[in-house]
Design a binder for this molecule. Structure first.
Ligand SMILES: Nc1nc2c(ncn2[C@@H]2O[C@H](COP(=O)(O)O)[C@@H](O)[C@H]2O)c(=O)[nH]1
Ligand SMILES: [Mn+2]
Ligand SMILES: [Mn+2]
Length: 485
């Protein structure tokens, strides 16, 4: 099957929005839209991601558009950087591939009350101490070990369970999407194999793309909003990127397998097996939803425990009076039930965000009270040598992109290609020369994650802010990066 899409098939709607009309392919139920610039569109045409987006437009019950952001790149079935909302009451389908293998992978931003000049002389000390306190690397466990009953509590109560056990502080939960847990979760839908994989992995970072970064607030674009978020120029922040580790991966594997075997029964005629989905209201669809929620709770608990460890280390290096506060925690691989107006009617939709971040505008009830007047903070990592951003969601994102924007810069090249183009030890030297401390045991792993492997974060941010789906608050610059191998 020819998967290429020519530029001619794509209609320009505005400087930051392009569309593949529903007439492009017979089986499309809605158009496919991509928030991107002309320049970045060229990049998106270089892999199969737009073809995947067209496939998403065939999903049962899909509403309005299959959407993608400028960080789009090829993923499992759905493109990464994609959003699909389906009608729950009317034939909507839920797809594990639309959420991804690392369920509730996400970003947490911590603010210290220290400034660059104080941290600079101790940056190696604090970075390597965090590297030692937060296990990282493929399959790595060992931060804490949970008995089966304790793990089940994590699946039910997420980060809130760890808070009850004395880890972290209350505001860590309050400034987290869903306050650190989906409620009323049936954890029995998670297989024993998945639970086993999770038992040793709370408080661990994982490998590759996951990271812990010490940053400085390099530029403030909105002083008032920054003050509300507790951010000032030259202040030191810590960004955490990780998800549900082996547990979430196993949940996705289990349900893709189960759901695939029933496609004929449901009358689904999949254009790509990786789009495997189930009617939202079927037993299988509901079971996956419960397991996905349990894995999401595990991921929130994971980022909560890492926060606890970072706080312990920070206070041991800079003194017990130092404060580490959670600015916010966003999910970028998740599915949620949300209400939107479709053709003048309020409908409950299931919104798949796969490498996409929720970006609700001001006054939304799901934003913490303190932030409600300004909108939801959206945390967008860039790469280890350039920058990351703090943004705010807008009403326009609710109206045009199901309250969603991008999740990162997005890959510009595969890991294999990045390794061919970069020597890890040279990259390490370059970063150190730029004043970025590198804590990573593997030069090969470092090369796979080189800044050139990612798109330019400033360009991606200019698209989402140019399209008015988000507003800039601050740009963060790395001063130390911690990566697993
Ligand atoms: N600030 C940093 N950003 C990074 C780093 N490595 C990757 N990234 C960005 O994260 C997103 C999200 O990745 P995903 O695995 O969830 O798709 C990615 O698109 C990059 O922009 C880093 O070391 N520091
Ligand atoms: Mn992840
Ligand atoms: Mn991620």
């Amino acid at each position: 099957m020819n998967r290429s899409i020519s530029r001619n098939a794509i209609k320009k709607i505005s400087d930051y929005l392009y569309e593949i009309p529903a007439s492009f392919r017979e089986d499309m139920k809605v158009p496919a839209r991509i928030f991107v610039s002309e320049k970045m569109l060229e990049k998106a045409l270089s892999d199969n991601s737009l073809w995947q987006l067209v496939n998403v437009a065939t999903l049962p019950g899909i509403q309005k558009y299959a959407l993608a952001m400028a960080d789009i790149h090829q993923g499992y079935g759905f493109p990464i950087g994609g959003i699909a909302a389906v009608d729950i009451a009317n034939e909507g389908a839920i797809s594990p591939g639309g959420i991804g293998y690392d369920i509730n992978c996400g970003i947490r931003l911590l603010a210290s009350n220290n400034f660059f000049e104080e941290v600079k002389p101790k940056i190696k000390d604090v970075a390597f101490s965090i590297f030692n306190a937060v296990p990282s690397g493929t399959g790595k466990g060992g931060a804490i070990s949970l008995k089966t009953k304790e793990l089940e509590k994590v699946l039910q109560k997420g980060a809130r369970y760890l808070l009850e056990k004395g880890y972290g502080i209350k505001s860590d939960i309050e400034f987290c999407e869903e306050k650190g847990a989906f409620e009323n979760v049936d954890f029995t839908q998670v297989s024993s194999k998945a639970k086993k994989r999770g038992q040793e992995q709370i408080g661990t970072l994982g490998s590759g793309n996951h990271f812990l970064e010490i940053q400085i607030v390099d530029e403030i674009f909105d002083e008032k909003a920054a003050a509300i978020l507790g951010l000032e120029k030259n202040q030191v922040t810590i960004m955490i990127h990780c998800g549900s580790r082996g547990l979430g991966h196993q949940v996705c594997t289990d349900y893709v397998h189960e759901i695939l075997s029933k496609q004929d029964e449901w009358g689904y005629n999949l254009v790509d097996r990786q789009l495997a989905c189930a009617p939202f209201n079927s037993i299988e669809g509901q079971n996956y939803l419960q397991a996905m929620k349990a894995a999401a709770n595990f991921a929130w608990a994971n980022r909560h425990m890492i926060t606890h460890r970072v706080r312990e280390v920070w206070q041991s290096v800079f003194g017990p009076d130092c404060k580490i506060s959670t600015v916010y925690d966003v999910s970028h691989n998740i599915g949620k039930c949300e209400f939107y107006e479709i053709d003048g009617k309020r409908k409950e939709l299931f919104v798949h965000r796969k490498g996409a971040t929720r970006a609700f505008g001001p006054n939304h009830k799901d934003i913490p009270l303190e932030y409600r007047p300004i909108g939801q903070p959206v945390l967008i990592p860039g790469d280890m040598g350039t920058a990351s951003y703090v943004l705010l969601g807008t009403q326009k994102s609710i109206d045009e992109s199901f309250g969603s924007i991008c999740h990162g810069a997005g890959r510009a090249m595969s890991r294999t290609k990045a390794k061919k183009q970069t020597k890890g030890f040279l990259l390490r030297q370059e970063l150190e020369e730029k004043g970025i401390t590198v804590c990573c045991n593997s030069d090969r792993g470092l090369a796979e994650e080189a800044p050139i492997a990612y798109k330019n974060i400033d360009e991606v941010i200019n698209v989402v802010t140019g399209a008015k789906l988000a507003k800039k608050v601050a740009r963060l610059k790395p001063i130390a990066v911690i990566k697993g191998d």
